[in-house]
Ligand binder design. Structure first.
Ligand code: ATP
Length: 800
């Protein structure tokens, strides 16, 4: 038995808790030395070095991608990864040697099949693979992607960027950014020294070796492009360097932004092509679909001085970037024809583009003669201080689809950062979810939470992570929508409609998928930081997907201090509640423990009203921690008050092994997993990787296969949020409702005034809604829409 966590509590309740520590991350193959930044004589050497290293990195990236994505491509299908018969049976439960016992319908058999008629087939497909020593792709997945994440707390970043961020922001896929030629760059035109993101360059070198590091230390220009999709005004490199240094001094809670290795990104590929799935086809990934440029504002003033080293890089290797560039060449300053057809590759354009790029590379000058402030010129100059850069106006919206191409069906839900609609793609008929980024509170630009979310979701691709297909703009040109795959349910809403909680085998199916998604995130150095049942989506194919990456962020080693005000209270780890700022993946694992308990019992485990109350609720059930079970506990910032000493862990009472009273039951193995997830000491808390291998998933009842998961009536027929308000006594929800109703009064509609009215009305409790309808019913005249809107607003006021 572990000496740690529950040492002071009842022995019977804490059998063998020794955590599994052999789950250290696998660092990438990149060595530190290999990517030491080129610091001196930048522009005399940087191109040469970059080209040389580029080839080397690219080669590695492609190789890694092939390995990594070959697994994920399989798993990105609707069936489980590794399931070659497409039956959805996953390979994750491997190597069972369990007796066939009573099984729930759809429960996986001991060989990982679900016991359906194709059991033997699955056995062949899955088990033989394992016998051959081939691991599940999910288990062999290595950290690969490096999304662009705003790495400071929002407040900090905002303060820092106040003087920099324009009121408009550009959201681009990395390939789109790269695709821009010098003169095309309306986004960010960085210098070697101009770090657009609020990153401390020096600190970023503390990072473990990884593909992230590769690009972080290489050409900063391309990195900056990717790091910062925010438009900014430019000062001279020196000025910026000075201000940057100042900022560095000022910021205590500094984070780094490990920059991405673009060639490792799936966005080097085409969303439609195999490359979208991470495959490199003929050495070239074709980002047809993402040739569009999702932008938020019509016009943005940017620095004319530009440099785009990624152009040569991508072209040189013939990877997807070349085609992306040809697509994004629309609207460039080279008077390339703007076909408006974003999804069609124009070969001649591409060739022309490449020629220009070659010239650019060989001559060391910008290929646009008009771009007098080319990067090269600046830096080949003995005096690096350039004249104030001329500004230009660029149409930012070219190539971006309009939200009008979607037919709005209904509002699904409204969160803090966005309103989510169900909509239909008019062209394809596909049902999607549109998440509108809330802009009204963001006077200074694009919401950072949304930037984070878009960056991560566009970068990541995993069956357990909701897929963002593209970003589209609204008619006002100041609204941005994420087009996501549509999921029928979220687990919170679903459980509210269920009479019985999920069975153990169903919970196993859900938790396994969740663990796979979390493992993927953690392997890619991302913390979700807001895992909760309402952020877990479920479709009628039994697939679970994590959504809402607004609080997600990258982390590194050594850990940096981050804000502890993350994670919805009920799912917040004790170290966060106690003010720890250097936290890591364990915070997500705690949330997962809360989610597991909630799925089993259909009730939230710790539903505190305040942070203190939350801690109290945790301590009451798990016992009050102490130095023995959590070394360092007494020194935590929040441990100033004397907490009531609860000596016993009561968790087993909540989840007994057997029950005659309807209390949810949990086997010893299941209870062990739950305990390991809810371990106080974050160092000892189980990791996603270890949890995936936990015995609970290998004992009967086995996890249900996805296709045998129960289906539920679609929730989209009504506004999920309203339904929750009506049914849920959740005080947090109530508070949220009030805030949202306030916000609604000032919020503009998505599809015009009438729609706005609908939106407002639908948020109202029934009586008020009826009142609203009556009011508007008697309205008349040409300005009906306006009257309706006003009426609804008036009715809404008292409710707010
Ligand atoms: N792809 C999707 N398909 C269907 N429903 C979705 C989808 N994405 C989100 N939703 C619904 O919208 C709700 C809010 O979405 P999301 O959590 O992304 O917004 P948010 O503003 O970030 O919320 P929060 O306030 O929790 O941070 C979810 O709980 C879910 O019910």
């Amino acid at each position: 038995m572990a000496a740690g966590r529950y040492g002071v509590f009842h022995d019977t309740e804490f059998a063998d808790r020794e955590p599994n520590y052999d789950t250290a991350r696998q660092d990438s193959a990149y060595s530190k030395d290999e990517y030491d930044p080129v610091r001196t004589d930048r522009w005399l050497h940087v191109r040469e070095l970059r080209e040389r290293d580029r080839g080397r990195v690219r080669h590695k990236d492609i190789k890694e991608r092939e390995v990594v994505n070959s697994g994920y491509r399989t798993s990105s299908s609707r069936s489980d990864p590794g399931n070659s018969d497409g039956s959805g049976r996953g390979p994750r439960i491997c190597g069972y040697s369990v007796r066939i016992m009573e099984r729930e319908p759809g429960e996986l058999s001991t060989d990982g099949s679900d016991g359906a008629d194709s059991e033997s087939q699955v056995k062949n497909n899955v088990v033989s693979k394992l016998e051959n020593g081939t691991e599940s792709p999910l288990l062999t997945r290595k950290r690969k992607f490096s999304p662009i994440v705003w790495d400071r707390d929002d407040k900090e970043v905002k303060d820092l960027w106040k003087s920099r961020i324009l009121t408009t922001t550009t959201i681009c896929r990395p390939t789109q950014l790269l695709a821009k030629s010098d003169s095309q760059l309306p986004y960010v035109v960085p210098d070697e020294d101009v770090r657009i993101s609020p990153v401390k360059r020096g600190r970023s070198q503390d990072l473990p070796t990884s593909p992230l590091r590769t690009s972080a230390e290489h050409g900063s220009a391309e990195n900056a492009l990717c790091e910062s999709p925010v438009n900014m005004r430019y000062s001279s490199p020196q000025k910026l360097q000075q201000s940057e240094d100042k900022e560095q001094e000022q910021l205590e809670d500094e984070d780094y932004i490990p920059t991405r290795n673009i060639s490792a990104s799936r966005w080097a590929g085409d969303a439609n092509s195999p490359a979208d799935e991470g495959e490199i086809s003929d050495g070239e990934a074709v980002p047809k679909k993402w040739g569009r440029v999702p932008l938020t504002a019509l016009e943005t003033r940017v620095n004319k001085r530009s440099y785009s080293p990624e152009l040569g890089e991508l072209k040189g290797e013939g990877s997807g970037g070349a085609k992306a560039r040809s697509l994004d060449s629309e609207g460039s300053m080279h008077s390339r024809s703007s076909s408006g057809n974003c999804g069609v590759e124009n070969i001649s354009e591409k060739e022309e583009y490449m020629e220009m790029d070659a010239e650019h590379i060989s001559n060391g000058t910008n290929f646009s003669k008009s771009d007098t402030n080319s990067h090269d010129e600046n830096y080949s100059d003995e005096t690096p201080e350039p004249p104030d850069p001329p500004k230009r106006t660029v149409n930012m919206l070219q190539g971006c689809r309009s939200v009008d191409e979607f037919e709005r069906l209904n509002k699904i839900d409204e969160g803090t950062y966005g309103v989510v609609y169900r909509a239909k793609d008019r062209k394809t008929g596909e049902i999607v979810a549109l998440k509108k980024v809330k802009m009204e509170k963001e006077r200074e630009g694009f919401p950072l939470t949304s930037l984070r979310e878009i960056n991560i979701l566009l970068s990541f691709h995993h069956p357990s992570i909701v897929d963002v297909k593209e970003v589209v703009v609204g008619n006002n040109l100041d609204s941005i929508f994420m087009v996501m795959e549509y999921m029928e349910h979220d687990l919170k809403g679903l459980m509210e409609t269920m009479k019985q909680p999920f069975s153990q085998s169903e919970v196993k199916c859900l938790i396994l998928q969740l663990l796979e998604g979390i493992k993927y995130l953690h392997d890619n150095w991302v913390l979700h930081r807001d895992l909760k049942t309402s952020n877990l989506l479920l479709n009628n194919q039994g697939e679970l997907k994590i959504c809402d990456f607004g609080l997600a962020r990258q982390y590194g080693s050594p850990l940096k201090p981050y804000t502890h005000l993350v994670v919805t209270l009920w799912y917040r780890a004790p170290e966060l509640l106690l003010g720890v700022k250097q936290y890591s993946t364990a915070i997500d694992m705690w949330s997962l423990g809360c989610i597991m308990a909630e799925l089993l019992s259909k009730e939230s485990l710790f539903n505190g009203k305040t942070e203190i109350d939350q801690l109290d609720k945790i301590f009451r059930i798990l016992g009050t921690p102490n130095e023995t079970i959590w070394p360092g506990f007494s020194k935590l910032p929040g441990v100033k008050v004397n907490f009531v000493k609860h000596r016993y862990n009561q968790l087993r009472k909540k989840f007994p092994a057997t029950s005659f009273t309807g209390t949810p039951v949990l086997s010893d193995a299941g209870f062990d997993l739950l305990n390991r997830l809810l371990t106080y000491d974050p160092e000892k808390r189980i990791t996603a990787e270890a949890a995936l291998k936990h015995d609970w998933f290998q004992e009967v009842p086995l996890p249900k296969s996805k296709e045998f998961m129960p289906t539920f009536p679609a929730q989209h027929a009504q506004d999920r949020r309203m339904r929750r308000i009506m049914r849920s006594p959740d005080p947090l929800e109530e508070q949220r409702r009030k805030e949202l109703q306030q916000a609604e009064l000032g919020a503009g509609g998505l599809f015009g005034i009438a729609d706005n009215w609908t939106e407002k009305a639908i948020l109202l409790p029934p009586v008020e809604m009826i009142h609203c309808w009556l009011t508007t019913f008697f309205s008349y005249g040409d300005h009906l829409g306006c009257i309706l809107a006003l009426s609804s607003a008036q009715v809404l006021k008292p409710a707010g």
